[in-house]
Design a protein around this ligand. Sequence first.
Ligand SMILES: NC(=O)c1ccc[n+]([C@@H]2O[C@H](COP(=O)([O-])OP(=O)(O)OC[C@H]3O[C@@H](n4cnc5c(N)ncnc54)[C@H](OP(=O)(O)O)[C@@H]3O)[C@@H](O)[C@H]2O)c1
Length: 514
Amino acid sequence: MSRNNGRSAQDPSRNLVPCDVSSDYRDARPFVFVIFGGAGDLSRRKLLPTLFSMYVRKNLPEQFEIIAFGRQDLDHIRYRQMIKTALEQSDEVGSPTAGQVESFLQRLHFAYGHFEDLGHYNDLNHLIARLSRNYRMDIVYYLSIPSTLYNQVTSTIEDSELPTNPENTKIIIEKPFGRNLSTALELNRTVNRVFREEQVFRMDHYLGKETVQNIIFFRFANSIFEPLWNRNHIDSIQITVAESIGVEHRGRFYEKTGVIRDIFQNHMLQVLALVAMEPPTSFKAQQVRDEKVKVLRSLRPVSFQDVPSVSVAGQYTAGTIEGVQVRAYRQEENVPPDSIVPSFFAARLHLDNWRWAGVPIYVRSGKRLPRRVTEVVIKFKQPPLKLFKDDCIPLDSTSLVLTIQPDERIQIRMGVKYPESANLIVPVDMSFKYNDFFDRTYVGPYERLLRDCLGGDQALFVRQDAVEASWQFSDPFVEWWEECGCLEMYPSGSWGPDSSRTFIERDGRRWETN
Ligand SMILES: NC(=O)c1ccc[n+]([C@@H]2O[C@H](COP(=O)([O-])OP(=O)(O)OC[C@H]3O[C@@H](n4cnc5c(N)ncnc54)[C@H](OP(=O)(O)O)[C@@H]3O)[C@@H](O)[C@H]2O)c1
């Protein structure tokens, strides 16, 4: 492929004009970014490196300050040293100059505090007031803390002197938003007592991925697919979110979460909403989120008793992945030897609306599967008349494959005549791979979402009603598989329990992602 000024000759971004950058982004106002848990894992590994890389690329306004609020024995100087080390170890950061690092670090501040202690919030408030005294600053609170503390921290913000003015304050909350419907309702009630919905940015980093966003663009920017995007032409939809890693050092977290809460209730249902939604009337936050929530509300409810007939759950045992021997879930750090937490889940879902009535949606997610891949497969119906029925190989129908990670690509799998055969049809791929075409590294999901939040654009954040609809649908699955004690074990390196295969084969189909 020929290259031109670092971009491929065919890269259409050469023709981009400034209006392609959203005005919200250009208009980001000076801000104080207050990170609750600013010395924690997520802050060190993701948030601060992302803010730094935005700073280096001049994607932040001139005036900004960052405060980490936490209980570690730190002060401004020691915190800056901690973040300097984190930046050196981060893959998110390119090769900055020493001057860039130093000037960024000068904007970092540490406020010592326990989240239970109101007095510490008032100390934090004095620091915010001091840092924002010369400019009109937006205040962004980021809850980078265990989700069990979200209610308490938000309530204490309410009781404290910290600013919550809707004109210039926002709050970012990391997933998970509750553990089930009742805790999500409780969290939303607490948050909405202090902040209006337009101040609340619920962050599911999956939605910041370029390829997840592209589901909407692909669908609504190409008129050839939309007429086919319905029950008349589509046989079934599959969504696979496979990880080859196990729980690693997060056993304690995973024991309280499991795959249904960790992946299905949020990432998967959000991807499904993008695949299945009606075209919004505009690309504004409200219209996009209205359409997504309609999809979630049209999921056919599954009662507690019906869960085992439409889903399969399992847990990994020891096995081999890419030639490496790996241990069982029950042998992982901080996991009890009799754990009944599922690391694999597959289900058949239905959307009861006009577009999708009768189209089964198969979802599957697990840890310690053979490879890391997130893929959506749209399987089209067979042609109405089988002209080639004498062929000994059954004709495979056309499918469209949207690969979200690790290789972002779009493929159409179709049948062509095998050369010189009488009527043999073989499947071939027409494939578009992002990296072959666009000669650039994308901004990571955190950057995209932070940028949108600073600019006040909520389109890629999860709205309260969507959180509640997702939990309402997911709760019976979580409860059944947590209570039944009947997980099916699968060896690491396989595609999950045997019954996840037989379950789809009974419907006359097979998993397309392998
Ligand atoms: N880490 C990830 O890769 C990741 C990915 C996606 C989402 N998330 C979500 O992001 C959030 C933060 O994750 P994390 O891994 O960074 O969590 P974490 O390291 O367990 O906790 C974050 C920070 O909060 C502090 N903290 C906890 N309780 C406190 C208290 N009572 N008073 C003051 N400080 C307190 C911790 O201090 P100590 O160090 O002293 O305990 C730590 O510095 C979680 O909700 C998580 O589910 C994390």
